[in-house]
Design a protein around this ligand. Sequence first.
Ligand SMILES: [Zn+2]
Length: 432
Amino acid sequence: MYDILYHMNTVKIYQLNSLSHTHYQRLRAAQQEAALVWNRCMELHQDARLQHEPWPQRDALQKATKGCFALHSQSIQMVTHTFLANIDTTRQLRKTHPQMKMRYPYKEKQFYPVSWPAQAVCKESGRVLLPMGRGRDALVLPLNLPENSRSVTLVWNHGYELHVSVEVPQADHPPGEVNATVDLGEIHLASVTTNTSQALIVTGRGIRSLKRQRTKALRTITKKQSRCTKHSRRWKKLQHAKNQQARRAERRIRDQRHQATRKVINFCIEQHVGTLFIGNPHGVRNQNNGRHHNQRMSLWEYGRDIDYLTHKSKQAHIECFTGSERGTSSQCPVCGHKHKPKNRQWTCKACGFSGHRDLVGSINMHKLTFSEQVNFPRSFTYLRAGIARKSSRRADTPQCRLSESGLQPHVADVVSSETGYRSDDAEKPASL
Ligand SMILES: [Zn+2]
């Protein structure tokens, strides 16, 4: 018998800071070229669709784009593949969810991420060579990629980043057979309970304050920007500052989110969890709760929490699924009496039961999904994401200065590759 080693892919993000002007322009040109490939595919597809001819498939698109663009041949192919995948998804969505009125690609893109498959990337000690096609110089980036790295993608996200897909080992058996449920929240990022009555609460207050800080910082700059002529030198400087602020905030929020979800999964491994249910709070955001609360709610990215948890549990070989959590937080886990809680503590008006509000939601999910009654945990562990810092005032000052000097790769974090949560603005550089 052989030991089968399981592997899965995650993405490592390398910031490309302090690029020289020519370097920057080359990356920009590459993304513009990739956008041209996309636009060509779109035109071909649109023509075929409007004339009721068979839609161009893989071979036709590859033939039509081959050798016409200043990119490596496999980078061009990767654009056509994503285009076809996009068409496929749209067609399925139009069938299954006609109310969404999904449109086939129709917008001309100006920029598009450029990808290189694993075999095209040339790793040397201390630098990476990304080929740009025959007769053109390769892009050279001073990064030290790990041994197990695979394909790479050049992405704009308020600045250039290189997203490197990395192979990581996966646990070959589940940690146990315990069932667990997660209740996602805005103040308490995750509340986990197991059917052995163990509980964990990870707070999300850090993320909330980072978001508020970001909003305030961006507002200050926008105010200054509104007083100068658009595209003037000062305006550009302020725009740059804005990008930097947004980037920094995003990086730190992402880091905290990873740490928080990591804590949840570590707890699950410790408690021998084999199956994990994540309650999807979809629907909570649609209520109107007033200006301040609405803003907080719209900034609550529970989709990412679900993504990260799913990805991390896959790595730990824990079976993971999601479902609606409707009504779980407003029911008494002891007598079933229903009422809406007002603050963090849940007190039953009928039987006098009292417990932490988020744990109540999590406990009730056991009944809903595994149909088993679980005793309310006597105590719970309370964790915050990240390391506790001594001074709260200094805690919000940028701590990434060191890694930002020079082109030293700053490994921002690991994000899920399959879930692909990347937002649209990752595709295009802001027009400066
Ligand atoms: Zn009760």
